[in-house]
Design a protein around this ligand. Structure first.
Ligand SMILES: CC(C)(COP(=O)(O)OP(=O)(O)OC[C@H]1O[C@@H](n2cnc3c(N)ncnc32)[C@H](O)[C@@H]1OP(=O)(O)O)[C@@H](O)C(=O)NCCC(=O)NCCS
Length: 342
């Protein structure tokens, strides 16, 4: 039985039931990944950026089963932003191949179609059944990335120290826990915008980005409210005071042993001075003392982003698995799934 579900008001037992389901899926699909902890888990599921909405569905064997402590059979949630929806869908491993994935997908498509959304995007983890599932329903691969993982225990700290110090004398490297200081918001957003304009991100960009100071402020507030703690290293161009490079790492309260590397950006005219390597190396040093529980850092890179892959390899990141963004038109999905009104 699939029903719409609101994690903001759901009983704690249902939140726990969903967490148990996600952990059952992690243990089968991504066995090296850490399990989800209960810390700020409700907030993680409920809070969105201003202007965005998340609609959620829960599947259970009978009404009240999740509230009674049984792990949910599955879940779907659809983040609605602009005219696209970003889908996240999980079926408990022992409940797979019984049509539940299709049922949850249909619920999300019905809603997105009724609200006039144009397309759905989804992150598909390589070497999991999700690849066949989404391809079966006509999703197309829009963008392929590779996940890279760095184990802190393998870092050569002396070599890393050389990298952190190997930066041109025109730059200053600064570390900030919690986010960049207010006075850097403008320069920070500007650096991200310049680099975005020089990228070809393919057809789809699913990650929230912060290209103006107001959006940056909202994005930081959202991260904190979801239990995700950001750490920033800035490369500041001394003579202009501009942000020449930045790197962002986030430590989730729900998975405190595995940090996420978000954006690393070096503004084109400041490339070639060792900034990319230096700011990422400095970040690892800071992370080691600020977050001693972190044992791994994960990051996603496009195959064609050779400079970043090279820096990551020097730091000790190892390629893990393919992680692709797929998309489909809602109207096509609605027809295929015989959703009412299509
Ligand atoms: C992808 C997923 C949602 C599918 O759920 P499901 O309930 O098994 O899907 P359904 O039973 O509705 O399958 C619908 C169709 O998808 C395709 N499909 C689903 N799983 C498949 C598999 N393992 N191999 C081949 N085709 C598959 C089939 O065509 C299937 O129809 P069929 O059973 O009539 O042949 C489920 O495997 C899942 O939750 N995976 C999570 C993977 C993931 O992202 N993990 C990482 C985060 S933990």
């Amino acid at each position: 039985m699939v029903r719409e579900w609101d994690p903001r008001t759901a009983p704690s037992e249902e939140i726990e039931s969903l967490r148990a389901t996600l952990n059952a899926a992690v243990s089968i699909d991504l066995p090296d990944d850490p399990p989800w902890r209960g810390d700020s888990f409700r907030e993680y599921l409920s809070v969105t950026m201003p202007g965005e909405r998340r609609v959620c569905w829960l599947a259970e064997s009978a009404p009240g089963a999740a509230a009674g402590g049984e792990p949910a059979l599955g879940q779907a949630n659809l983040l609605l932003l602009g005219d696209i929806g970003v889908l996240d869908l999980t079926v408990r491993p022992d409940a797979r191949r019984a049509g539940l994935g299709r049922e949850l997908l249909s619920a999300a498509v019905r809603r997105a179609f009724a609200e006039g959304f144009r397309s759905i995007g989804v992150e598909v983890v390589g070497d999991t059944p999700a690849v066949e599932f989404y391809e079966k329903y006509g999703f197309r691969c829009a963008f392929v990335e590779i996940r890279n993982v760095l184990r802190m225990s393998t870092v050569d700290w002396q070599r890393l120290g050389e990298m952190a110090g190997g930066v041109g004398s025109g730059y200053r490297v600064e570390f900030h826990a919690g986010g960049p200081p207010e006075e850097f918001y403008e320069a920070y957003a500007e650096a991200k915008e310049i680099v975005r304009d020089s990228y070809d991100l393919g057809d789809l960009e699913l990650r929230p980005s912060s290209y103006d100071p107001e959006r940056l402020r909202a994005s930081l507030a959202t991260l904190h409210a979801r239990g995700l703690k950001p750490y920033i290293v800035l490369g500041v161009h001394k003579s202009s005071g501009k942000v020449a490079g930045l790197t962002e790492v986030v430590v989730p309260a729900q998975r405190p042993t595995r940090a996420d590397q978000y954006d690393t950006v070096v503004v084109p005219k400041h490339r070639g001075y060792g900034l990319g390597r230096a700011i990422k190396a400095r970040m690892l040093f800071e992370l080691r003392s600020a977050e001693p529980r972190v044992t791994e850092v994960q990051t996603w890179n496009a195959f064609e982003n050779e400079p970043m892959l090279k820096v990551n390899a020097e730091l000790g990141f190892q390629p893990d698995r393919q992680w692709s963004e797929y998309e489909a038109d809602i109207a096509d999905l609605a027809r295929l799934l015989h959703v009412n009104g299509a």
